[in-house]
Design a protein around this ligand. Sequence first.
Ligand SMILES: N[C@@H](CCC(=O)N[C@@H](CS)C(=O)NCC(=O)O)C(=O)O
Length: 223
Amino acid sequence: MGTPVKVYGPPLSTAVSRVLACLLEKDVPFQLISVNMSKGEHKKPDYLKIQPFGQVPAFQDESISLFESRAICRYICDKHARQGNKGLYGVNPLEKASIDQWLEAEGQSFNPPSSGLVFQLAFAPRMKIKQDEAIIKQSEEKLAKVLDVYDKRLGETRYLAGDEFTLADLSHLPNTQYLVSGTDKGELFTSRMNVGRWWGEISSREPWKKVVEMQNTPPSAKA
Ligand SMILES: N[C@@H](CCC(=O)N[C@@H](CS)C(=O)NCC(=O)O)C(=O)O
């Protein structure tokens, strides 16, 4: 077995947790490297060499450093196509096209309103930042429209890209976890029959449960 890949950033970050979920689905050993964001470590020159935007996660494997959680997940799946969950990123161009389409839908349509809500409702109070009611209202309305499309799709197929769990579903886990478990907006998901069924299925997968466990383990309790 080679050297474990390195993931920089806290599991509480949605983008970091996306990469962790992918690594666990693919059975890829990793080393999680702490980046203390409250001390601004993600803006320090050494860190900016591997993540020039000063965000988490950053990722290193062999000679490559990567940023952007969805690009990192695609790389992990391509490199380790034959291990762990082998169908996570599809096994042929047709499957990959559908997975990529729904991954893009997540990044372009689902993520903007859902991450807006996560920030306003879950992070702003912890950071003692005043919540912006206009952003909350606008994000909720936008997310509801996206989830109507998802509900129709998930009435036709078990998962977004077809009948198997893929990277497209996985990529929705981080924001949805916060909204369902940490805010009063969970009904956006659970009140929609097919979206609610889908959320129940994707959030009960062992790799994701492990990520949630990591999020709930205080840094001091980690080995
Ligand atoms: N599109 C990026 C987003 C990364 C991102 O927004 N990370 C947040 C934490 S979830 C962050 O580092 N925020 C601190 C900052 O922007 O200064 C990805 O998916 O990796």
